[in-house]
Write a protein of this length. Structure first.
Lengths: 810, 146
């Protein structure tokens, strides 16, 4: 099969008219490639649908460009530029480590030694390493001194090494924090080396070492610092690294664990003692500045390290006591940084072309830079033209769920996870993009994946090629479009039906708040806006409270807590998003105890539900279940006859099967499903106008946050909550929410050239919601007191179809 | 635990026949389940398959829970047109490798082909005490882990 020779990304997701968007392209092989700006209409190649559709856009940037290879230098580390105090004659290095992959398979993508604290390159200098056999190793020039003892993974160890240039004495210490009954003792390793440390003219590296200085290599330009290539990217935690400029005794090493201790009132030198203050080169304290990408040095030279590729911070240290769970309240117990060899915060490529969007004539829509080569390579770099605040061009706006796109960015689950096949109920299908990513781990994973060392990924950057935000890409979960290409089903429908609309992204609403949306009559969501920032939810609540109308086109939304990392604000809006998978919810990995708080903002991660913001409170429904084999359809309920909502079903028979067709799983009710639950935040006056109850397979399972006891009967063939409920409710001041409650729903819109009952239902809702002014007031009798759990089962309108003599459609 | 039915038994043939019939009925659908469509290609009225045959259901669940190392997977080599069977490496950075040269031209046939290969590959002691090894203590089984 072909490999992907074209990959790329842009510096922005959303671009305003008059602004410039830059594009970065890796063209690995072909001499040139063609660029065409296109409007994206449909991305689904399913033969049952309209097929892939784009629309050419006249753009000055269209043309042919010279191809060049660009690479990502993945893997996180810290570095400090070379400086005189680092060029020591004698030294002591020390740190705590919690390695996650000390010994890797020979075919592992980065098999080899891993750097801990190094000032070493090309057999010059000194440094502490984990060698390829998984043992602690000191390097002095070309010499290697090792304990020969494999370091236990996922455990804390204290490590130190001293070298006395005068005597030649070397001592290497490996002291596990936990020693089991049958563990052999690990005595200090001594050696004698009558050598002088050759100064290596390279930066000090934390969690890596410098492989080469390559200032003129174009492929090294995307490393940081540019031209310096790092290798030996370490997997695991490092806590409290120190460098001293003489060989310390074991007792002094013990004292140096306390670090620089700069806060004493009667001493202004740094060091646990006066004598030790005289030898400190650097004493990093990772518990300071956790929300930054700088590692603070409390030593006399202030050798703060720059952290590259956003390693995890706010991680429990070797001294974490289990009394405090928030790093803000016990920073001294959060002195660990967790490095991974596949972290990536920015591909840092050179720009290949840029497009200044004309002030007029380019509508606010989905676009892409379509890249092609003469020999058939192809890639798309999606972006959105977004109006400036106050310059809306339509009454309707689509909120593009870009945080969710980032959460799923470059997802690897089918390839990495043994459990993937269990939740999709068939053998997963990998596409070209998945095959490329399975090899190119430096492109980073999604927040659904684990790092190459098996720890969960909680960080996602948009400054890298994201091969899942592409047309012609079926996701293994759905075996259909998912997220970006699935949302193009909605776009195809809006275009076919002739609606005028604007688009904006999750970043726009997060940064702009209510100002971004308040002038639209109706906001339409994507099919699966699962990952959300707090300011975004605030803005949506404020909007519906003031009379705005919200059409929630999918399911499993408003679920996970996201925050943008403030350290990347200078690179644009929403560059790096963070989400810790903690406490509950559908989790493909689970954060470790004490690591539930975001490193960027310090807020508690996990589900909004467990922050007291119920999913159901945003648009009236919340997630109940998921299954990924096949979809089903909805049936109307008596609620749909209520005059408050009957207008939505004009032209649709009461017994029609709603959406027994579609491009996603074959029906409108599928993948993930939401229900009305007035105990979980659905307003008590919510009408559940249609339901898919009873129609789902055993692959569909109740969400785990809805039960506390493992038990049988949780699947679609047995559990009453495994269903989707299409729902409507009014909000104050003539506003309203309509929730369609299924991720597969939008996949039914294009069916039969958009001539079908799902299309009709959505059109009825959109036409009403898009009207100017408040929606018509509900009938006077609808204004009444309602409980949450409490209701009166006697009135006819509260009874089932069966009791009302209305048999369900066959 | 449901043993993998032995070769040549009527039970094994029943599972094969049921699986094949389900896959045939799902042709034309993107994605599928081991269930029988009432009308071929329409997933909204379904039954039979794993809903009706508890042995087929459990055997499939056990196959699906295999560890990534060496696990069979489908690779789409031409969008909506061609598919091939490969094996996961279980090693990060090592992509799946094709098991043979056979090209399938629909999504359902290849699902059935993988089912047949797994029936051949899994021993009837798979998952029982006689298969116990050190990895069982160290998450090598990877059963529920994603």
């Amino acid at each position: 099969m072909t490999t992907m020779r074209l990959t790329g990304y842009a510096d922005k997701f959303g671009v305003h008219p008059g602004d410039t968007i830059k594009f970065y392209v890796n063209c690995d092989g072909p001499a040139e490639y063609k660029v065409e700006i296109v409007q994206m209409i449909n991305g689904d190649t399913n033969p049952r649908g309209p097929g892939y559709i784009d629309r050419p856009v006249e753009a000055a940037v269209n043309g042919t460009y010279a191809g060049r290879k660009q690479v990502i230098h993945g893997g996180s580390y810290g570095y400090v530029p070379d400086a005189r105090p680092f060029n020591v004659e004698s030294f002591t290095l020390q740190c705590w480590i919690w390695p996650t992959a000390p010994k890797t398979h020979p075919r592992y993508w980065k098999h080899g030694a891993q750097g801990l604290v190094t000032k070493w390159s090309g057999d010059c200098g000194y440094g502490l390493f984990v060698n390829a056999e998984g043992c602690l190793e000191l390097r002095i020039n070309e010499h290697r001194i090792t304990t020969g003892v494999p370091i236990r993974d996922h455990a804390w160890h204290f490590c130190a090494a001293s070298f006395d240039a005068t005597t030649g004495d070397v001592v290497l210490y490996h002291e596990p924090q936990v020693v089991y009954a049958l563990d052999p003792e690990i005595p200090p390793v001594t050696a004698s080396l009558k050598v002088a440390v050759a100064p290596a003219p390279v930066p000090v590296a934390l969690g890596a070492y410098v492989e080469a200085l390559a200032p003129s290599d174009p492929l090294a330009a995307s490393s940081k610092p540019a031209g310096v290539i790092f290798a030996g990217k370490y997997n695991g935690k490092i806590d409290s690294p120190r460098i001293c400029n003489r060989a310390l005794s074991r007792a002094e090493i013990e004292m140096m664990k306390a670090g620089a201790q700069p806060g004493l009132t009667e001493r202004r030198n740094s060091g646990p003692t006066g004598k030790l203050s005289e030898c400190i080169v650097a004493a990093w304290n990772f518990s300071q500045g956790i929300d930054t990408i700088h590692a603070k040095d409390e030593g006399p030279y202030r050798f703060d390290a720059t952290l590259v590729n956003c390693p995890n911070r706010g991680m429990t240290g070797y001294n974490w006591s289990g009394q405090n769970f928030d790093w803000k309240h016990a920073p001294n117990e959060y002195g660990a940084i967790s490095f991974h060899d596949d972290d990536v915060d920015d591909a840092r490529w050179a720009s290949d072309f840029a497009w200044t969007v004309p002030e007029t004539g380019v509508k606010s829509r989905f676009y892409a830079a379509k890249l092609t080569t003469a020999d058939g390579a192809e890639d798309f770099i999606p972006f959105w033209v977004v109006p400036r605040i106050g310059q809306k061009t339509a009454k309707i706006a689509v909120m593009v769920p870009t945080i969710s796109y980032m959460a799923y960015a470059n997802e690897h689950v089918a390839c990495n996870a043994g459990g993937a096949e269990l939740f999709i109920y068939r053998v997963p299908i990998m596409q070209q993009q998945n095959m490329f990513l399975s090899e190119h781990r430096e492109y980073g994973g999604s927040i659904y994946d684990t790092h190459t060392d098996g720890t969960g990924i909680s960080i996602s950057s948009r400054l890298r090629p994201i091969l899942s935000i592409r047309p012609k890409y079926d996701h293994f979960l759905a075996q259909a479009p998912w997220q970006y290409p699935a949302d193009l089903h909605l776009i195809y429908w809006l275009e076919t039906m002739g609606y005028e609309y604007d688009v904006f992204t999750d970043e726009d609403i997060t940064y702009d708040g209510l100002a971004r949306i308040e002038n639209y009559n109706v906001i339409i969501t994507g099919s699966h806006p699962e990952h959300n920032s707090g300011p975004q939810l605030d803005a949506l609540h404020n909007y519906t409270q003031r009379g705005g109308r919200l059409m929630y086109m999918g399911a499993d939304a408003w679920y996970w807590v996201h925050s943008f990392h403030p350290a990347y604000e200078d690179k644009g809006r929403g560059v790096v998003t963070e989400m810790r998978r903690c406490e509950s919810g559908i989790r493909t990995w689970r954060a470790d105890p004490g690591e539930y708080y975001h490193q960027g903002t310090g807020e508690l991660g996990g589900m909004w539900r467990f922050r007291g913001r119920y999913l159901h409170s945003v648009a009236g429904v919340g997630m109940s279940s998921e299954g990924f084999d096949v979809s089903s359809y909805f049936s109307r309920t008596p609620d749909s006859l209520d005059p408050r909502v009957a207008w939505a079903f004009e032209g649709i028979g009461y017994d029609e099967k709603l959406g027994n067709f579609g491009l996603v799983g074959g029906g409108a009710a599928g993948l993930e499903l939401d229900i009305v639950d007035t105990m979980l935040g659905s307003p008590p006056h919510t009408l559940a106008v249609a339901t898919s109850a009873g129609r789902h397979t055993e692959a569909y399972l109740l969400v785990m946050e809805d039960f506390g006891f493992n038990q049988q009967g949780l699947d679609g063939t047995t559990h009453p909550r495994v269903r989707g409920d299409i729902a409507f409710h009014e909000t104050p001041n003539g506003g309203a929410c309509f929730a369609f409650s299924s991720i597969a729903f939008c996949g039914s819109l294009p069916w039969n050239n958009c001539d079908n009952n799902i299309s009709r239902l959505v059109k009825n809702v959109l036409d009403r919601f898009a009207m100017d002014g408040p929606l018509p007031a509900p009938p006077a009798e609808a204004i009444k007191h309602r409980g949450r759990a409490d209701y009166d089962p006697t009135p006819i309108e509260h009874r089932s179809r069966k009791e009302r003599g209305e048999p369900l459609p066959a | 635990m449901e043993p993998i039915p032995r070769k040549g038994t009527p039970e094994r043939q029943r599972l094969i026949d049921t699986h094949k019939a389900c896959m045939d009925s799902m042709k034309g659908v993107a994605g599928n389940s081991v269930l029988q469509c009432g009308t071929p290609g329409d997933t909204t009225i379904i039954g039979g398959g794993v809903h009706a045959d508890p042995v087929l259901k459990r055997v499939l669940l056990r196959m699906r829970g295999e560890s990534p190392k060496g696990k069979l997977i489908v690779i789409c080599t031409k969008v909506d047109a061609e598919w091939r069977i490969a094996r996961l490496s279980g090693i990060r950075g090592v992509p799946p490798e094709f098991v043979d040269e056979i090209v399938y031209t629909d999504e359902q046939e290849i699902q059935h082909a993988v089912f047949l290969m797994r029936l051949e590959e899994l021993s009837d002691s798979y998952g029982f005490p006689e298969d116990f090894h050190e990895g069982w203590k160290r998450r090598d089984d990877n059963w529920p882990v994603t």
